[in-house]
Ligand binder design. Sequence first.
Ligand SMILES: Nc1ncnc2c1ncn2[C@@H]1O[C@H](COP(=O)(O)OP(=O)(O)OP(=O)(O)O)[C@@H](O)[C@H]1O
Ligand SMILES: [Mg+2]
Length: 343
Amino acid sequence: MVCGGGYFPSMSATAFALSSLEAIVSRFAGRRLMVLGDLMLDHYLWGRCERISPEAPVPVVDIERESSSLGGAGNVAANLAALGAEPVLVGVMGDDPRAQQLLDAFAERGVNTRTLVRDRTRPTTIKTRIIAQHQQVVRADRESRAELTGDALQDTLDVIAREMARCEALIISDYGKGVVTRETLEQAIRLAKAQGIPIAVDPKESHTDAYHGVSIVTPNQHEAGWVMGQRVTDEASLLNVGWGLQKRLDCECALVTRGPDGMSLFEKMGRYTHLPTVAREVFDVTGAGDTVVSVVALALAAGADYPEACYLANHAAGVVIREVGTATCSPAQLKESLAGALA
Ligand SMILES: Nc1ncnc2c1ncn2[C@@H]1O[C@H](COP(=O)(O)OP(=O)(O)OP(=O)(O)O)[C@@H](O)[C@H]1O
Ligand SMILES: [Mg+2]
């Protein structure tokens, strides 16, 4: 199969072999990856609205059921667990009743919570949406965006130092809620580099230059454009932003994810690869970026090269966006998607 066609016919072509991609997926099981980042629970209250409150001009929603899904670094860990890997999750929760909701969500998805840190000074991040007749009525957030300090910072640095030696890759999942700081990044990136393991970063707009020399950054095109001071609107601006980011960070590669337009990989050696989306049905794109960084890092840990890792991530993203709510992809689903494209 040849990629690089579609939107950008001038791009370099890369061939992918089904057998070697399947072999990489078969090596996912049991790989241990550290995930450093912000934990969040997306909480949904589903119901019906048939009247306006007598107390204030607001709808009254009769709640019929509730559900939760994991966001941020927790969703990255859930993606890894679903693929058979063992995430070592480093993040913080509050010391409040909602922390238990978060722990229950991890338990349901087979994510070990042994390495989580409790911070008495902040709430567990929960975003509650009230939905009536499939329409969101209101969202209520409980969160702190303050950077970690004091005991919680020290505990986090200690966990990173204690656990890194057992890990085969590092993922940084920054959602801007305070876990990814100059100190935690410095500790994690220094140790991972000393071990020579792959480092994959899903960045927010801040801390950009802390990612100097990492293996791969996976911003979406808005984040990449913001950091590079140029909006991605066409092929020329995409190439400027992608190559600019790769060079600014001197990283092994930059992967710019582009929603319905797939993803574009800029490698240090000068190779450009565009991967058009493989999704045919799209129900819910929430969390697709978490799937991308998870699969990229896991594939690198399993011996993939960069284009192979991104190709696999593109397929996994295509699988998860077929489902509603932040979803995950199993090795069997990933292999089925690969076979559909390459067999
Ligand atoms: N609407 C879509 N149609 C087809 N594929 C999509 C769509 N949205 C996302 N994808 C796939 O998922 C990948 C990652 O999505 P995107 O670029 O939206 O990341 P993101 O903005 O970081 O996502 P999020 O932060 O919501 O997790 C894309 O590169 C593509 O493969
Ligand atoms: Mg994202």
